[in-house]
Design a protein around this ligand. Structure first.
Ligand code: G
Ligand code: G
Ligand code: MN
Ligand code: NA
Length: 254
């Protein structure tokens, strides 16, 4: 309970910050964008992983103001990148199902884009499969409105939740992220190889750009590149890092 109330005051106490993980084009090696990920600098516990607090935030409803903070901070950061190395980078933001369904979400996103000056094409909203619930016309409508604004949508953690192939068919998504739990077992684990191959092939035939996540080894990268994945994200390339370290990392590649 103490944890929940500490979490509640974390925004006001400016204890949240963002880290950014590069997403790289497999073919060209160019950076397409970054995924923004939240971190909590707790006064006693140090840096707390979102694995430890996103669930609590969802249960308490705090995910809505927290998610709003993330979206605004990520867009503000990306809009501040005006140098040639970063001016075209997209920023991917994780949005929880509850946040997507919260009243006024589309208007909020629109306001953030206006206030920060970030063009809609540079914002990618990452949704997990649990955001795609059957007979949820509100959620579907929200996604469509975001699309109409020019925002890109990514399906995160694909294949780990209630994977329903109808979602892949019906959702106006742009990116499909192959979950780390498959990538971890590549290459060599025959069944994970088969599932990954099927996900990539299906995604590509539905015109999704395929993002391989959690890539840690050259062998994984080679396997996923050969399957035709478009983008890659993982510790092999870069860990999530604060904005200043990202700048240094980009400069180092140039
Ligand atoms: O960055 P890390 O691997 O620690 O993230 C762990 C989990 O927390 C991942 O599932 C990731 O999607 C989620 N996560 C990270 N940042 C955010 C955020 O800003 N909003 C939401 N809803 N989830 C996040
Ligand atoms: O669920 P989501 O895809 O949003 O989670 C992204 C999380 O995955 C980030 O928090 C990041 O810390 C983590 N991550 C990214 N690349 C790697 C990787 O190569 N290995 C591992 N173990 N985790 C990774
Ligand atoms: Mn994600
Ligand atoms: Na994911």
């Amino acid at each position: 309970l103490a944890f929940a109330s500490e979490l509640e005051s974390a925004i006001a106490h400016q204890q949240f910050y963002l880290v950014f993980q590069p997403q790289i084009n497999f073919q060209s090696g160019e950076m397409m964008g970054v995924e923004a990920l939240i971190r909590w600098q707790h006064p006693q516990l140090g840096v707390v992983s979102p694995v430890k607090f996103i669930g609590v935030a969802e249960l308490t409803g705090l995910i809505v103001p927290m998610g709003a903070w993330v979206l605004r901070a990520a867009c503000m950061q990306a809009a501040s990148w005006t140098d040639p190395g970063r001016v075209n980078l997209k920023v991917s933001v994780n949005v929880s199902p509850l946040q997507l369904r919260s009243p006024g979400f589309v208007a909020f996103v629109s306001t953030v884009l206006q206030e920060t000056g970030l063009s809609a094409e540079r914002l990618v909203i990452e949704l997990t499969e649990s955001a795609f619930v059957h007979n949820d016309s509100h959620g579907a409508e929200t996604m469509l409105k975001l699309k109409q604004m020019g925002i890109k949508l990514a399906i995160d953690d694909f294949g780990t939740g209630y994977s329903c192939l109808a979602y892949l068919r019906d959702i106006p998504g742009d990116y499909l992220k192959v979950d780390r739990s498959f990538v971890r077992e590549l290459p060599g684990q025959e069944r994970s190889e088969a599932v990954t191959r099927a996900i990539v092939a299906l995604g590509k035939s539905l015109h999704y750009q395929i993002v391989a996540e959690g890539v840690e080894t050259e062998a994984q990268a080679d396997f996923l590149k050969a399957l035709g994945c478009d983008l890659v994200q993982g510790f092999l390339y870069a860990k999530p890092m604060p904005a200043d370290a990202l700048q240094a990392w980009i400069s180092g590649r140039e």
